[in-house]
Write a protein that binds this ligand. Structure first.
Ligand code: COA
Length: 331
């Protein structure tokens, strides 16, 4: 059977750096509170005119270069994001136009912080079933334009950043290399623990001036509730991937978790019984970039030599839905 091998990975973050001190000027918060509770020091926010597909294009271009694959050889785009450039169509189509590869499918995956791993499982299945040989998988987000930048929205506003990551997956005949396993979960009982209410088709009309008067257009989260579930689900779903492949946590060279909160990452390391040296983290620089965190981490980890050829890497995510997922990848 074919395996999906990660031939190249790239990322792009906007140039505009927003520090915790910058946020102090917008809302009642402090650098100390944000660092202590989340580990975030700064994040990147887009300038007016930048698009999700544009961030994705830059990440994809780096991934293609590193893979040594021409864009014309890509047979399918899978784009994980919460936010397209416009209400519709999906960001995958906007990206396809920019990459000038018309005709191939462009599939959007909308699973929030688990989006990249949901997308990875789809891309992996396309390759395993020999539907496509070269798949471009992108995770990209612009969160900053949708945040409540007043004290009312401070619990969410300090957490999120913008950015993009991309991987090029290619069909390979090496059975022990590439995406070894993926595991996806969701529990819709918790949809309203972390969600965006408006715009909504249940409202007539779906976009109305009164929506702007309240805070329903901004993302909402029960932070402690999300935290508690995340620290349980991350280790659980990593163990599921290990069990499916017969590996133990000691075989894993690096764990790349979705970057939600440094305290979540530390709690997960503790529950897995591994040191922080085995956990990749860059949340201090970028905050939570939703579907983009894992591919940005992979791109940086690879460039820093933290992921070497032959390494076994565990990926895990948790987010709105609730959704959670894992994958084991042999580089
Ligand atoms: N700056 C200063 N104070 C803030 C603040 C901010 N940005 N945000 C919230 N506070 C205040 C709260 O109003 C509260 O004040 P009170 O005690 O007077 O009511 C206090 O800080 C503590 O709030 P709480 O929500 O209990 O803090 P916490 O320790 O749970 O940390 C989060 C908040 C959001 C950092 C944390 O709950 C978290 O990370 N949750 C998971 C988030 C996550 O992973 N989301 C994405 C999933 S993919």
């Amino acid at each position: 059977m074919k395996r999906a091998r990660i031939a190249g990975v790239g990322h792009y973050v906007p140039e505009r750096v927003v520090t915790n001190f910058d946020l102090e000027k917008l809302m009642d918060t402090s650098d100390e509170w944000i660092r202590e509770r989340t580990g975030i020091v700064e994040r990147r926010w887009v300038e007016e005119g930048e698009t999700v597909s544009g961030l994705g294009q830059k990440a994809a271009t780096m991934a293609l270069e590193r893979a040594g694959i021409d864009v014309s050889d890509i047979e399918c785009i899978v784009f994980a994001t919460m936010a397209s450039d416009h209400e519709f169509p999906g960001a995958g189509c906007f990206l396809q136009e920019k990459l000038e590869i018309p005709g191939i499918p462009a599939l959007d995956v909308r699973n929030q912080c688990s989006g990249f791993l949901y997308g990875l499982s789809v891309a992996d299945m396309f390759i395993r079933t020999e539907t496509y040989r070269n798949v471009l998988l992108v995770g990209a987000e612009i969160q900053s334009t949708g945040l409540d930048l007043t004290t009312r929205g401070r619990d969410m506003a300090v957490l999120f950043g913008d950015g993009a990551g991309a991987v090029v997956l290619v069909a390979s005949d090496e059975p022990e290399r590439g995406v070894l396993t993926t595991h996806l979960h969701a529990d819709g009982k918790y949809t309203k623990k972390l969600w965006g209410q408006y715009p909504s088709v249940t409202h007539h009309p779906r976009v109305a001036p009164e929506m702007l008067e309240g805070d329903g257009i901004y993302p909402k989260m029960e932070g402690r509730y999300v935290f508690k579930h995340a620290v349980t689900r991350f280790p659980e779903v990593i163990h599921e991937a290990l069990k499916a492949t017969g590996y133990s946590i000691d075989d894993v060279d690096l764990v790349v978790p979705h970057q939600a909160n440094q305290r979540i990452t530390e709690a997960v390391a503790q529950r897995l019984g591994i040191g922080m040296d085995k956990m990749f983290s860059n949340i201090h620089k970028y905050g939570n970039t939703t579907a983009a965190t894992i591919p940005i981490c992979l791109s940086e980890a690879r460039a820093e030599g933290r992921i070497k050829d032959g390494d076994l890497v565990a990926l895990a995510a948790f987010g709105s839905g609730f959704t959670w997922a894992s994958a084991l990848v042999r580089w």
